[in-house]
Design a binder for this molecule. Structure first.
Ligand code: GDP
Ligand code: MG
Length: 433
């Protein structure tokens, strides 16, 4: 079992600015073997001390377990006394950090459709209650919803009107995003109710959750219009909305010496874990992150993170239309990034020190070929925006790549001169001899 720990990728500093841990994020998302893979992001978001990190550590245990142990008996839960590690889930200094944490290694796996994907686990936390920090929380929550393909909204004891209201921003944004292929703005939303007390009304698990959700999303005659609209739009913005009722884990979990092992959890909680965790990661439920109906790769996700963070730091208010504009920009930036990387790869390979130099016009010929490949990559990549906007980005791309040519020319000339110098030396030495 891997002993890695979650790492902070988004921090909030004292001035209420968001800080992206750029190097950390690059190490995770731009790793050579994952950067081009479509991404599944499972996020658990909600207030502090809600058992999010605890649960994520059990997700991790499942993902780290061999396939033959992922059975109905719950063999993946491991040994009775194994301490629970991965996401720091107990007190300590991390407890009140607002921000986003990630497990530093994506899990490479295959969806039911046979597609190779990278699965990332994300822990999102904030206070969600006091008004002074409401901007912080809504931004952190917004970021995690925009970035994840499975958003698990962790709630205590019940699903209430306020909890639904937090989703308004996304439903409004979802309305602006008209996907050509008819797909919805977001993939999966799960309300996860912890310590569900009314098991006699709705049983623990997915089935009871479905019943509760139906009740909560029901539109009644006397309901004010905003509430009706919100309910209508929640379903229309997510491909799937579900609810799961989790029992109390038992009071042993609050003992300071408890190490997270599963044998001290209540039987109901253990059974719920056995139902919940395998269903989230079942190949048919591995939902690839899509933006505007287009699959997002790990490298694309890096660009989305950067764009959203910059935007959220500069705007005092995030609105559905600002999210929409920034999503559009990020999609274009992701296309630029991929095109540029294609160009650089070809040119670096042709002009690096290991390859022989070419005659001057050879560099221009290679440049033209690399440029054509880059333009092809840009055009193929799913983008949002008008033809005019896309055209402007393409023109800039061509200009930027054209600007690279002199540098490659020099690299090649340098090798040419070195070669000439060495040849002259050999000649001189031969003459001398
Ligand atoms: P987080 O702040 O949401 O990440 O919460 P943690 O995962 O750090 O857990 C906080 C405390 O709640 C720990 O002492 C856990 O043992 C305990 N805990 C974990 N799951 C649950 C749960 O479902 N219900 C309750 N009541 N406590 C839990
Ligand atoms: Mg936590």
């Amino acid at each position: 079992m891997s002993g890695l720990r979650s790492v902070q990728v988004v921090n909030v500093n004292d001035n209420h600015n968001y800080v992206l841990e750029d190097n950390t994020l690059q190490r995770i998302l731009l790793r050579e073997d994952v950067k081009d893979l479509p991404l599944v992001v499972v996020s658990v978001a909600g207030a502090y001390r809600g058992g999010k990190s605890f649960l994520l550590s059990y997700f991790l245990r499942y993902l780290n377990s061999p396939t033959e142990k992922r059975n109905e008996n719950g063999d993946w839960l491991g040994n009775e006394t194994d301490p629970l590690i991965g996401f720091s889930w107990k007190g300590g200094s991390e407890r009140h950090t607002t921000g986003i944490l990630m497990y530093p290694e994506p899990f490479i796996t295959t969806t039911a459709a046979g597609e190779k994907v990278a699965v990332l686990l994300m822990d999102t936390q904030g206070t969600f209650d006091s008004s002074s920090t409401v901007r912080d929380c809504s931004i952190i929550f917004a970021l995690s919803t925009l970035i994840s393909s499975v958003q698990i909204y962790n709630l205590k004891e019940n699903l209430q009107e306020d909890d639904l209201q937090y989703l308004q921003l996304f439903t409004e944004y979802g309305k602006l995003l008209k996907n050509e292929d008819g797909s919805k703005a977001f993939q999966m939303l799960m309300f996860l109710i912890r310590d569900w007390p009314y098991y006699y009304e709705h049983a623990f698990g997915a089935k009871g959750g479905e019943e509760l959700l139906k009740k909560r999303l029901e539109i009644t005659d006397k309901m004010p219009k905003e509430l009706c609209d919100l309910r209508e739009h929640i379903r229309s913005c997510f491909d799937k909305v579900s609810c799961f009722l989790m029992p109390h884990p038992g009071f042993k979990v609050s003992n300071p010496s408890y190490n997270g092992n599963f044998s001290e959890l209540s039987t109901e909680f253990r059974n719920a874990l056995k139902e919940l965790v395998p269903s989230i990661f079942a190949p048919e439920n591995l939902n690839i992150k899509k933006i505007n109906g287009v699959k997002v790769t790990c490298a694309d996700m890096y660009t989305y993170f950067q764009t959203y963070m910059t935007a959220f730091n500069s705007d005092s208010m995030i609105t559905p239309s600002s999210i929409f504009e920034n999503t559009k920009r990020a999609a274009l930036m992701a296309a630029i990034r991929e095109a540029t990387s294609k160009y650089t790869k070809i040119m670096d390979a042709a002009c690096n020190t290991d390859t022989p130099s070419m005659p001057g016009e050879g560099v221009r010929v290679t440049h033209n070929q690399a440029l054509a490949k880059a333009i092809e990559a840009f055009n193929k990549k799913g983008k949002m925006g008008s033809q005019k906007e896309i055209g402007a980005y393409l023109t800039q791309l061509k200009r930027d790549l054209e600007d690279q040519l002199p540098r490659y020319g020099l690299m090649n000339d340098g090798k040419y001169r070195k070669l000439a110098f060495e040849a002259k030396e050999v000649f001189d030495n031969t003459v001398k001899a």
